[in-house]
Design a protein around this ligand. Structure first.
Ligand code: BG6
Length: 791
């Protein structure tokens, strides 16, 4: 039964000071909320409470609601489970007992369980909603689906919602998703494109529950409100460093099947801590309520971050983790997991305002205390000769205290030697009565402290934002990919690194203390706890780079990190030789996520690389504007070119956009690129071509199932990919096979099948395009990491 609260809300509001009164009539609408996974853990702990709170807040605002808990189990089994959960929801303190009982009763009456398994189940749900609306004579406002299910089910459910649950009368559709959104750049991209085929960007609400924490949601308003104090000091001249820290005391027992695949960087740093970092450092939007502006400014910070290499991180693993993994994953006693449960990462922003300012992101399980905060520590140039205890000599800092820890409430703290902040709004209050505690080295009485008048759970906040359509508190696709673009190369470079083992809790003592050395970070104490041999590693002398043969060509193999080091060194050697011989080096680079670690290596460690004499060409490009995140050039620019001193006129992006359109044959983009190659590259023979291999054996953008020899003598061609974006521009075999040296880089366990298959098959470029790479007079080398070889 639909609730019969207010059907029509008539608001009289006086406009401006002209005395003209306008009558704004808001027609009520009906909102259907569907929690898919409605009897699961998250729904039980947070979501139903969040939606009940929404109901309580909105019940008198004109809209009506119905709530559905969906799941795979049949209704007769799951209904009692759902109602047990619903009965446990509670009201906030300001609601009287009587009113609370009434609201709960209404909420329960409006809620139902529905089996949501097959497409028909979703169609039935849609029919049911429409029938109800018709019976009650209601206009529809919107449909909100909350997918509280494992991420592998997202694409399928989104597809079912798209094909059967869209309203036909223009009501909004919002679909809420929980992390993980992929485990690296590529997988996030695949998931995003699958979701993108069912849902529009403005219909997706990707949750990062940290953005619902009251203190974090107030970072931008605080910065705006206190702009006059902050503007002069929010820069490299005044900031000593920024720390974003989440320390936890619990282990991950019971979550190992998930956690061991992810580890602390993917679980917490890539999302929660990165989001906080962006809020602290992004340019302030002119209008805080413009989602577009907020998201754009946030995105811009990602492109200004210097790449993260292995020297920008330290990792650890609590001692008991190994046996927990063996137990929960049914592994033998010699099984070793390299998954980090602790990480400290040092980032830098390549912008004049923040040049050289260390940004530290730290998180771990089984640490000595539970606390979450972001601190901006300012330089203090006052030296107190007499009274060291004077406030002037103490640390100058602003602390955004998310919660937990010694302070029992979330708060924003500004040390008194900085300034007295303005109150953000009436929902916040100043705390003046203090207990005798210290926060990050300062007695609490040395701070101005602000806290929310009412503490609210992050999910309650986020659900109210979703309902209000406030997209700026959610993760856009671009934002997500940009964040993975930052973290993926670091994750690959750490894939075979050894975490430092720590005992856990107070026993960790100084073992996890870190030290900053310029742009690098390291553990403060030099202890080698365990060696790879002791861990019973897979391949005897695991650290060495080995040479061998693969498909009768040369092969170099090593663990990912050493392999990338070797490849970078080989490219530099080729560059120096070419520059020595002819004064110029022509390098053609592929896109995708595999070479990102190589780009970082070149950007961060090859300071003597002859970039001034190097011309960079593209092996292939997607037919999208070069300014889009998925563009190969965009990623090459972000991860390499912007960090090295290469003249602009030595950079040769592919002309995929001409006459304001993308890859149209008549525009002759491919011929244009070919002409440029012929004009600048001696004999059109690149000195070095870097290739990769896709899961379907494509290389460059030469895909199976095409008559690749049809390109004849052309050096550049427009091609078609089975994946989106379909249109591509690519070097052809004619161009590739003229090169002096061709390197094919393949890394990761995911490529093991492919490498095994390739080791067996004969050349057949139409079926396995990579087998068409056969430099006529040049040398070809496979660079394969051990994961790809051993699997
Ligand atoms: C989750 C992570 O996203 O965030 C957990 O998966 C982590 O591992 C949690 O414990 C921390 O969130 P909070 O709100 O408890 O600080």
């Amino acid at each position: 039964m639909l609730v019969t609260v207010l059907l029509l809300l008539v608001t009289l509001c006086a406009k401006g000071g002209n005395g003209v009164e306008t009558e704004e009539v808001r027609r009520p609408g009906h909102v259907s909320v569907v929690i898919v996974g409605g009897t699961g853990d998250l729904a039980k702990k947070y979501l139903w409470q969040g939606f009940f709170q929404l109901y309580v807040n909105q019940v008198n605002n004109g809209n009506t609601f119905s709530f559905y808990g969906g799941g795979l189990s049949p209704a007769d089994q799951a209904t009692p489970v759902l109602f047990d959960i619903l009965k446990a929801v509670s009201c906030s303190k300001d609601v009287s007992q009587e009113r609370c009982a009434l609201l709960k009763e209404q909420f329960l009456r409006l809620s139902r369980y529905r089996q949501l398994k097959s497409l028909e189940d979703y169609q039935d749900l849609a029919n049911h909603i429409e029938k109800k609306l018709e019976e009650e004579g209601m206009t529809e406002a919107g449909r909100l689906f909350y997918l509280s299910v494992p991420a592998f089910a997202y694409a399928d459910i989104a597809d079912k919602i798209n094909s059967s649950c869209r309203s036909t009368n223009g009501a909004w559709l919002r679909v809420v998703l929980e992390k993980p959104f992929g485990h690296d750049f590529r997988s996030a991209q695949v998931l995003a494109s699958q979701l993108g085929s069912s849902l529009k960007e403005n219909e997706m609400y990707r949750i990062d529950h940290y953005l619902g924490k009251q203190v974090i949601a107030k970072i931008l308003p605080f910065r705006v409100e206190n702009k006059k104090f902050l503007d002069p000091i929010w820069n490299k001249q005044h900031i000593e460093r920024v720390e974003i820290v989440l320390k936890e005391t619990l282990d991950v027992k019971g979550r190992i099947p998930f956690y061991d695949q992810y580890g602390v960087i993917r679980d917490v740093l890539q999302n929660h801590l990165t989001e906080v970092m962006a809020l602290l450092t992004m340019r302030l939007p002119r209008n805080l309520s413009s989602s577009e502006e907020v998201l754009q400014n946030k995105l811009q910070i990602f492109s200004s971050l210097l790449p993260l290499g292995k020297n920008q991180a330290v990792i650890g693993q609590y001692q008991a983790y190994r046996s927990e993994v063996q137990q929960e994953l049914n592994k033998t006693k010699d099984h070793v997991s390299l998954t980090p449960t602790f990480a400290a990462v040092l980032a830098h922003i390549d912008e004049a305002q923040y040049e050289g300012v260390p940004l530290l992101m730290i998180s771990g399980k089984m640490l000595d205390e539970r606390v979450g905060y972001a601190r901006i520590l300012f330089k203090n140039d006052i030296f107190c000769l007499k009274n060291h205890n004077s406030i002037h000599c103490k640390p100058k800092q602003i602390v955004f205290y998310f919660g937990h820890g010694s302070l029992q409430y979330p708060a924003i703290l500004v040390s008194k030697n900085l300034f007295k902040p303005d109150l953000i709004n009436s929902e916040w209050k100043e705390v003046t009565e203090h207990s005798d505690i210290s926060v990050l080295g300062l007695p609490i009485s040395d701070y101005y402290v602000q806290t929310p008048t009412e503490q609210r759970d992050a999910y309650v906040e986020l659900i109210s934002y979703i309902y209000a359509g406030r997209k700026n508190s959610f993760i856009s696709t671009e934002n997500l990919l940009a964040s993975w673009g930052l973290w993926t190369p670091l994750l690959s470079s750490l894939a075979s690194s050894f975490p430092r083992i720590y005992p856990g809790g107070a026993d960790n003592e100084g073992l996890l203390d870190i030290r900053l050395k310029g742009k690098d970070i390291a553990y403060n104490s030099e202890v080698v706890i365990i060696s790879r041999d002791q861990m019973g590693g897979t391949s005897g002398n695991g650290f060495q780079v080995m040479q061998g043969k693969f498909r009768s060509a040369d092969m170099v193999s090593a663990w990912a990190e050493e392999l990338v080091e070797k490849l970078a060194a080989d490219i530099q050697e080729a560059a120096e030789a070419a520059v020595h011989e002819s004064g110029v080096f022509h390098l053609a680079l592929s896109g995708g996520s595999t070479p990102l670690a190589l780009f970082h290596r070149l950007a961060l460690h090859h300071f003597s690389f002859p970039w001034r004499n190097t011309h960079v060409w593209m092996v292939d490009e997607r037919c999208i504007p070069l300014t889009e995140v998925q563009s190969n050039f965009y990623s090459l620019h972000n991860h390499l070119l912007q960090h090295v001193r290469i003249p602009y006129y030595n950079i040769h992006p592919m002309p995929v956009q001409l006459n304001q359109r993308l890859c149209v044959e008549e525009d002759g983009g491919a011929q244009l690129y070919e002409k440029e190659i012929s004009r600048l590259v001696n004999g059109s023979s690149f000195h070095f071509v870097l290739l990769g291999v896709g899961y379907d054996y494509h290389t460059a953008s030469l895909f199976p199932g095409h008559k690749l020899d049809e390109f004849g003598e052309s050096l550049v061609a427009l091609t078609e990919s089975p994946a989106k974006p379909h249109q591509r521009m690519s070097l052809t075999f004619s161009a590739i096979n003229r090169a002096h040296k061709v390197a094919i880089l393949v890394m990761g366990k995911g490529k093991h099948e492919l490498i095994t298959q390739l080791s067996r098959v004969k050349d057949n470029p139409d079926k396995w395009p990579v087998t068409g790479v056969k430099p006529a007079n040049g040398r070809m080398v496979w660079y394969l990491d051990y994961d790809a070889i051993i699997g």
